[in-house]
Design a protein around this ligand. Sequence first.
Ligand code: PEP
Ligand code: CO
Length: 449
Amino acid sequence: MSDLKQWSKSSWQQYEALQQPNWPDKEKYEAVVSALATLPPLVFAGEIRDLKTLLGKAGAGEAFLLQGGDCSEEFSRCTAPNIRETLKVLLQMAVILTYAGDKPVVKVGRIAGQYAKPRSSDTENVDGVEMPSYRGDMANSAEPNLEARIPDPERLMKGYNMSAATLNLLRAFTRGGFSSLHRVQAWNQEFVKRSPMGRSYERLAKQISHALKFMETIGIATDIPQMKQAQFFTSHEALFLGYEEALTREDSVDGGWYDCSGHMLWIGDRTRQLEGAHIEFLRGVNNPLGMKVGPNHNIDEILRILDRLNPENEPGRMTLITRFGARQIEKHLPPLLRAIKSAGKEVLWSCDPMHANTFNSESGHKTRDFENILCELRCFFELHWSEGTVPGGVHFELTGDDVTECIGGARKLSDAQLSQRYLTTCDPRLNAEQSLEMAFQIAEMIRTS
Ligand code: PEP
Ligand code: CO
């Protein structure tokens, strides 16, 4: 550690930053990030510290992390119904998991800032035309034409504004009564209600309502914030470092630096090089950090990254989000668990069963099979139990919408049905019904743990 240079919010600029858009107009870019640096923070240091405490509990098995949302948010879908439906499905999943696991569920959305995407190639070929890859709405447009694909820094500003609008509504929904446990039955969506999953949810919600009525009958107050409000946090991949730097502020309470673009930030599997700019930037901010770990990892490097990002070994600081795929998890997870455990590192283990289970279907859609997702999750829990480590969280790409992007599930969505409502511009998401089904399946796993 001693040969590390001093950190500042711009010290990452001395390192190689992968996966950055190639902004053609550098002056315009500088003007936008300078303007962003003067605008109010989106979240506050106190909230970030609260989340870190809760994640520390999840790491110790006293809480459970539920993280989920779009693969990539879109400006055109930043609407009240969309935000509300995503929140609803996360609240429903959280209720199912809380009821089964007898522990608090920490709710973190991939929301209000998930506008930047890493891509495997800088360019792509669309109908014979070579064009820059889509890198998320904060960089360029997903539209397949050359002009739309040119990165425009104004999009960073728009991303900030859209994140602020999203957060504003989330705060209203979670504080203003919408998320009250008294309304647990009302979160069930119309199109899900009549499905088997919807009915299972309805039964659970009724039990909770009865329990609340019982408490009121015998004189226990249920008119308290724990019942009437939900604690909900935001997260996104900290990818475009100019944007993240601009939102990084010094807290007047503890004097530390916080990236106030979201509560939790994660480092993608493609940008976690020990000597890369992303690790350099994130080591200096006090937010809880996620780090994706895929099949191409090196255990020694992961240990060194943990030393770099969490030298004090603070609980709640690091969440390792493993994404090995149903086929490879048994090979990769146990050695990693053993190495981290024997090094005495404090981490929260979370499972992303989405990103290594993607494939191209016969109909030409990028999809995921519900069975593979479930299979990776089951293995995750079982491998942790046999290693004596804590399976403390899950990470999903999902939406409250009735989309057809992942195959399988109770309705046995088929490849032929994918084109009906395939809306994602990036990776395929679980729809509301598949998300509930997934939550009931995880509930079974945590009940037996
Ligand atoms: C993602 O979470 O959308 C993502 C790109 O994941 P990973 O870095 O694990 O591929
Ligand atoms: Co994705």
